[in-house]
Ligand binder design. Structure first.
Ligand code: CP3
Length: 389
């Protein structure tokens, strides 16, 4: 196993260290020079990034008022979402209806003036495109046919079915056409580990025991599943970027259940392959990684995957994120969704702390995980007002 401590003991390359101190120097660090070079070289990126806060932050710049979007910003806490959702029928019917999916994607952007729209879809579209049965039962969450051995693995399609994915790309095109010059469109996929946890268990579980046991008992077969998901995710993200997404996020909601060795094999390595695979075709692709619960593995994750930015969950100590992570890549996060639900002074303190610890560097203001359905809209407004001043 790698000596992970070395990432933390020496968190900034020696050559950058003298230049990076935020107070000591007005010289640009090598880190920022690298960003700037890439920024200036690519005129297409330059012209679109000029007006888009979120893209500027992904180029390594700091914004006095950071760009803001919220994970799961389109969802049941919004009455306008609930009404479209009812009209669409089931949750998957909504995902596969480009007109209605585009509408719910745009709803929170219109209501709150957010800096980004995130495609309305789900991470479990990929198993569907690989030929698995996927259902969403009201009040129960996702149901899939469990995949537990080499025989069931053999029933997976070789490649993601483009006919299944076509309506999703159409949603991306529609949303892109409707967004103004300042709003960034984010596409996404689930990370292979997180998607595999649902495929193996066939449902949401609290600890992802079925996938963890499978990965320990039969790592070779499990790796085949992960490899299929890596390939499908590369194609899927490239499809979204070609259809108009400007940034993609890889959601690894369940990476925090993995021990360090397992984390490297099932979270870092597949994510690194996806980043490299997408960039083989789209060299300047902007990719945000969200390894929820990564804790001490966050720095090796940043170093080894090559993501453009890292999303941190609310348990991540913010001054450590600032000193170790934000000196390398922009950081996204990390208000506790429960503080947003609670509102009041506790929410204010949480917002102020994010700004105090992370606001002096490249920051994408967000939650540390998805917004909860019971969240009062007034609390979202209160949070936005506090960040925007
Ligand atoms: O606004 C957005 O963020 C975009 C849409 C989006 C959804 N799911 C819509 C959704 C995104 C980015 C996701 C990602 C997703 N889906 C993840 C990773 C992020 C995370 O939240 O951890 C995961 C693990 C899933 C799988 C999933 N989808 C589960 C476990 C559930 C059931 C739990 C629940 O919240 O109901 C879903 C359903 C789902 N995906 C809903 C929405 C709006 C609720 C379904 C409904 O409206 O009935």
């Amino acid at each position: 196993m790698l000596d992970y401590a070395r990432f933390w003991i020496n968190p900034v390359h020696p050559v950058d260290r003298v230049l990076i101190g935020r107070h000591e120097s007005n010289q640009r660090s090598n880190y920022y020079n690298r960003f700037l070079e890439r920024f200036l070289m690519d005129k297409a990126v330059t012209s679109s990034a000029m007006g888009k806060k979120l893209l500027r932050v992904l180029e390594g710049k700091r914004e006095a008022i950071p760009p803001i979007w919220l994970m799961r910003q389109a969802g049941r806490y919004l009455p306008e979402y609930r009404s479209v959702r009812e009209k669409a029928g089931g949750f998957l019917d909504l995902c596969f209806n480009p007109e209605l999916a585009a509408e719910v994607t745009l709803q929170p952007v219109r209501r709150f003036g957010l800096d980004a729209a995130i495609l309305f879809s789900d991470i479990l579209i990929v198993p569907l495109a690989l030929g698995r049965k996927v259902e969403f039962l009201v009040g129960e969450g996702p149901k899939l046919e469990p995949l537990g051995d080499a025989a069931s693995l053999a029933t997976l399609r070789g490649f993601a079915d483009e006919n299944v994915l076509a309506p999703i790309y159409e949603t991306v095109r529609r949303v892109k056409g409707a967004l103004d010059q300042r709003t960034t469109l984010i596409g996404f996929c689930g990370a292979p580990w997180t998607v595999a946890t649902y495929m193996v268990a066939g449902m949401a579980t609290s600890d992802q025991a079925p996938a963890r046991v499978f990965a320990y008992r039969d790592p070779e077969t499990f790796e085949q599943l992960i490899d299929r998901l890596v390939e499908a995710s590369i194609d899927y993200l490239i499809g979204q970027l070609k259809a108009g997404a400007e940034v993609v996020q890889i959601f690894d909601t369940w990476s925090g259940v993995l021990g360090p060795e397992q984390f490297e094999r099932w979270c870092i390595a597949p994510t690194q392959k996806i980043v490299a695979g997408v960039r083989r075709q789209i060299s300047d692709a902007k990719i945000i990684g969200f390894p929820r619960g990564a804790a001490a593995m966050a720095l090796p994750y940043v170093e080894m995957t090559g993501v453009s930015a890292i999303g941190i969950d609310w348990t991540f100590e913010r001054s450590i994120a600032r000193d170790a992570l934000q000196k390398r890549v922009p950081v996204q996060g990390n208000v506790d969704p429960m503080a947003l639900l609670a509102g009041g002074p506790a929410l204010d303190r949480e917002v102020d702390d994010v700004m105090k610890e992370l606001g002096d560097g490249p920051l994408i203001f967000n939650l540390g995980h998805g917004i909860l359905p019971q969240t009062p809209i007034a609390n979202v407004e209160r949070m936005l007002k506090r960040v925007r001043g």
